[in-house]
Design a protein around this ligand. Structure first.
Ligand code: 5GP
Length: 136
């Protein structure tokens, strides 16, 4: 399959996600309408403490652009936006000093994953042994 055919399939998949909601809580955080405890910010991403931490360290890293899911982001974001988010996540992990002890990245997408906030985000958990990957 050529790349245009692949892109058409990807776009059809992306069209399955809801349109971006400008009133979602992370959009409000990005606009400064709701306070947050920022740990890192650059042109592409914002990282801040989760309001309801599930581990001693629970950080959310979000792109500044309007993306709902990973499929949406990987299909429609620019290379610079994608690189920016990935570098920001790595930067936060190094900055907080969890390279040696370890940490977990997790991203929920859609109803089966219980995604609550429809703005793409990556959770970073650290600070204790994190247990099995999935709790059934
Ligand atoms: P999800 O279930 O969508 O993967 O995760 C959403 C996360 O956002 C949850 O862990 C929740 O605690 C966090 N959250 C929801 N509202 C706020 C808020 O207003 N501020 C912050 N810092 N985190 C929030």
């Amino acid at each position: 399959m050529n790349s245009e055919g692949r892109n058409q399939i990807l776009r059809r998949g992306v069209s399955g996600v809801p349109p971006y909601d400008d009133n979602n809580i992370f959009a409000k955080i990005l606009r400064g309408e709701i306070p947050n405890r920022t740990v890192y910010e650059d042109e592409w991403a914002l990282a801040f403490h989760d309001i309801n931490p599930q581990a001693p360290v629970h950080i959310l890293v979000i792109p500044k652009g309007k993306y709902v899911s990973f499929a949406d982001f990987s299909d429609t974001a620019s290379d610079a936006e994608i690189t920016g988010l990935i570098r920001a996540i790595g930067h936060v992990a190094r900055m907080l000093g969890y390279e040696a002890s370890g940490y977990r990245l997790l991203s929920n997408m859609g109803p089966d994953s219980h995604q609550e906030v429809p703005h793409l985000h990556v959770h970073l958990f650290a600070g204790r042994p994190l247990g099995p990957m999935l709790v059934t």
